[in-house]
Write a protein that binds this ligand. Structure first.
Ligand code: FES
Length: 573
């Protein structure tokens, strides 16, 4: 590698240390214990100039947060800081020369190692730097794989909301501004780290040997074991089914059947986790099925079954209504006439019934349409649309916490819709009735019903939309602007902007979840008014929760500036 003469040996001896510029980067050259060393002068933690630090016994200590670095190789002793890049030095004819670039290292491998450290020790800046480097080097999928396996392997309690966030953001990636993609990876990594911290590791359960592995037998066992909350035994049956090479559709049927054996488990989160786990496998590949899917069993076995709660029982016994209608619904789907040749467009009509009618009327409508040949996936989309409208019609006079109620139903209904599309089966389609039941149960949150924005609004821009997220309470403004942008044909830009807005915030699980679900539904309804209404509902939900402190964004910005080689602290100015 080419090198540059930066000083004489004599000059260095006289001054002890020098800061020189090499290829536009500040480099600290020091003589220590008879050796000349050169390191990047910006502390890899937060950029403080290292020449202001202390050098003793081969260790350079930064004076900002006291990170320590081994001088000759640049390795950080403290895990919150990255390693400092080092330069080759040669002495010739009394001159000190420094290589034009830092010593080469495999940046991809280094970033993956740092990603592991960041996850293990919850170091946000290290994770931000790893995300930037890995995204830049086209290693997003490798990072996703590393984080997903870490997330399931280090959480004895099984699948976490962190893994859902990671998956939501991987799914949203194509819709995001390319500049926002490393930021999205960073948010996913942070949530995985946060949800594994302090948890016991999870140990693999071996499959059954010499077993009767007919799919229907394993399906029956799995459902019965989940029914009795026998977590380990159910996990062993699942491991057996995967190990015996049952097709993904059969494995999915086992899991979704158990999700639907009771009503709306854990406010719908369990079925949504299952959907996300299969979507995560789309990114990772089926080889990861055992590791990823086994993490679903613990939350599935311990979940609250909503028919055991008074909400689903009184004053209207929604659980009983759903249970009673299930056989007719499944028979109707199985014996249905051929689907309408030009497609079916009755989603808004079914949604209106689901929003305002009694539950027995809604299930009757669903059974009738199923018998007429309307595909299950259209009925699941109609109920997901109804659930999205709850957020679009949500009056701000409700309690703030009630946003979570409409959020739960919408993300559950979307998860059912995704599962029905991917794994058509009566055992999966049953969830449509649960989703309809939940839409009914939150009818009081649309009293009075906020009208849908009509889109007849002054021309609006995506900047206007972002501005609504800077002030608390601009829920209706956000909805109006989204409607106007959609009317101007800018729905794609709305999605991108909602993504950028989300990644500015210290979002919680629900914000990632709702945006991802909304984008799914918007894509399915693309070009139809229903798609715009879904975005309005999501934007109103998000506006109700913004702005946050935005500390994640600040950390990421620091990492990005360090990555670009910018000087963060110039104390000599
Ligand atoms: S330890 Fe050096 S900037 Fe924080």
């Amino acid at each position: 590698m080419r090198e540059v003469v930066v000083c004489t040996r004599q000059e260095l001896r006289e001054k002890g240390q020098l800061v020189v510029t090499v290829s536009d980067r500040p480099v600290l050259v020091v003589e220590h214990e008879g050796q000349v060393r050169a390191v990047d002068n910006r502390c890899p933690h937060m950029g403080f100039p290292l020449h202001r630090g202390t050098l003793h016994d081969g260790i350079l200590t930064c004076h900002w947060h006291h990170a320590r670095f081994e001088l000759s190789g640049g390795c950080a002793l403290d895990l919150f800081a990255d390693d400092v890049p080092t330069y080759d030095v040669t002495i010739n004819d009394g001159n000190v020369a420094v290589s034009e670039a830092p010593r080469r290292r495999d940046e991809r491998a280094h970033a993956l190692d740092k990603l592991d450290e960041g996850l293990e020790h919850q170091v946000s800046l290290v994770l931000a730097k790893a995300a930037i480097t890995l995204d830049e080097r086209g290693a997003h999928d490798a990072a996703l794989d590393r984080a997903a396996r870490f997330g399931v392997g280090n959480r004895e309690q099984g699948w976490s909301t962190g893994l859902s966030v990671l998956t939501c953001l991987a799914n949203l990636r194509p819709h995001l501004d390319p500049a926002a993609r490393p930021r999205a990876l960073f948010h996913g990594l942070l949530d995985v780290a946060a949800r594994t911290a302090g948890n016991a590791p999870s140990f693999e359960i071996s499959p059954l040997r010499d077993v009767d592995d007919r799919p229907e037998r394993l399906l029956g066992w799995f459902r019965r074991l989940v029914e009795t909350r026998s977590r380990d035994a159910a996990e062993r049956v699942l491991a057996t089914a995967i190990g015996r090479g049952l097709p993904p559709h059969d494995i999915a049927t086992m899991i979704f059947a158990a999700c639907n054996d009771h009503r709306y488990l854990d406010e719908g989160h369990i079925l949504d986790f299952a959907t996300k786990a299969f979507e995560l496998l789309d990114h990772l590949g089926w080889d990861a099925a055992d590791a990823i899917l086994s993490s679903l069993v613990a939350p599935l076995a311990r979940a609250t079954r909503m028919e055991e709660t008074s909400t689903w029982r009184t004053p209207v016994d929604v659980a009983a209504t759903v249970a009673a209608a299930t056989p007719d619904f499944l028979t109707a789907l199985a014996a249905a006439k051929p689907p309408p040749p030009r497609g079916w467009y009755g989603h808004a009509e079914v949604a209106a019934t689901a929003l305002d009618a009694e539950p027995d009327e809604t299930v009757e409508v669903l059974v009738k349409h199923a018998a007429e040949g309307v595909p299950a996936q259209d009925l699941s989309a109609a109920i997901a649309y109804a659930a999205a409208l709850r957020a679009a019609h949500f009056p701000t006079s409700n309690q703030h916490g009630d946003w979570d109620t409409v959020h739960h139903t919408f993300t559950f209904a979307n998860a059912v819709d995704q599962a029905v599309r991917r794994f058509p089966s009566p055992l999966v389609a049953r969830g449509i009735l649960d989703a309809a039941g939940s839409v009914y149960l939150e009818r009081f949150l649309n009293v009075p019903k906020r009208p849908l924005p009509d889109g007849n609004h002054d021309p609006a821009t995506t900047q206007d939309l972002l501005a609504t997220f800077d002030v608390h309470g601009r829920v209706d403004d956000a909805g109006q602007i989204v409607a106007a942008l959609v009317a101007q044909g800018q729905a794609q830009a709305v999605v991108r902007t909602l993504g950028s807005g989300l990644l500015r915030e210290d979002a919680t699980f629900h914000e990632y979840q709702i945006l991802e679900a909304a984008v799914r539904q918007w894509s399915q309804f693309a070009g139809r008014p229903e798609g715009g209404h879904v975005l309005v509902g999501a934007a109103r939900f998000l506006a109700a929760r913004y702005p946050t402190v935005r500390s994640r964004g600040q950390t990421f910005d620091i990492a990005q500036r360090l990555h670009r080689g910018e000087v963060l602290h110039d104390l000599d100015e």
